[in-house]
Design a protein around this ligand. Sequence first.
Ligand code: SF4
Length: 383
Amino acid sequence: MARALYIHWPFCIRKCPYCDFNSHVRQDVDQARWAASMLADLRHEADIAGGEPLESVFFGGGTPSLMPPETVAALLAEAERLWGFAPGIEITLEANPSSVEAANFAALAQAGVNRVSLGIQSLREESLQFLGRLHNVGEALDAVETAQTNFDRVSIDLIYARPGQTEDAWHEELSQALALGTDHMSLYQLTIEPNTRFATDVRLGAFDPLADDPAADLFALTRALTAEAGLPAYEISNHARIGQESRHNLAYWRYRDYFGIGPGAHGRRGGTATLRHKKPENWLAAVENGGDGIKEARDLGLREQASEALLMGLRLAEGLDLGELSGRFSIAQRDLIAPEKLRLYSDLGLVRQDGSRITVTDSGMPLLDGLLAELVPEALVSA
Ligand code: SF4
């Protein structure tokens, strides 16, 4: 059963132009009502699937650093009462680096948070403005320092492959970020998601996204610089010192079960996919009227689970073990990934096969989406 718990806080002060997460801007949030409903949604999940102690909790969003620390504390106390916490549990909270939020870090640490993931996004003023961020570089640097004082583990997020970004510029910026000394970094290429303001901007010709070739060069540079600094990629966009990987996110990528509560949260428990109501008001009404925020709970067939496990596992540097997946989902290895496809992409140097362990190589990683479409059989995906 799941040992990872995800809690979604859906509110942000302003919508960033590249963001397609389930985040919403609201003038007033009735904090007491929200805290009570989050606790109710949590209890509902534990009623269905209590059991083994949790190994990780992750507060994501939206901007969970806007949650009152007392709500974070109440949720953690209740989760510990309901499930128990395994020794050394990882408790992460995503935070934006404004000075207002950094002022809450001590209280969040007091509440039990021991790892923070900071949405720095850039160390260049003009890029922060382009990305529509509310903080400046000085605040970002101060927030990293405050986080390092208050939390055992700190991760920072940066967005690269921005329009016009050169290798030299990214080399300098990433080196500066690495010098901050965090043990974990999430480094995402800017992608233009449908239904975002950036998608409209690109359509109207306001800017051109970086082309594929220079973006691939920046990807290669990112891997080289982080590896040199002792934070190799352990997932396509995530880099860590050995032992400092996000245990919570590894549960997703290794296709372990997880509970998800709060608006729009997904969960996987015992072969059932759960989805909460996405719009905050709908989720709130569902919890207040029915005791939980679940919109849909759907049993997944073994083939669908296997395809999800393949799509997740191939993102990881450690790859996946086809033999283990075959046993887990009672599907022959050759039906998980066709041997001729494996041979073809191994010969091209994009995939490595070591016994039944399959990994995507450094050359294959920039092509991961296309490669996944090639490797994971249609029959599994559409199961
Ligand atoms: S702060 Fe994060 S979740 Fe909120 S709009 Fe910006 S990118 Fe999206």
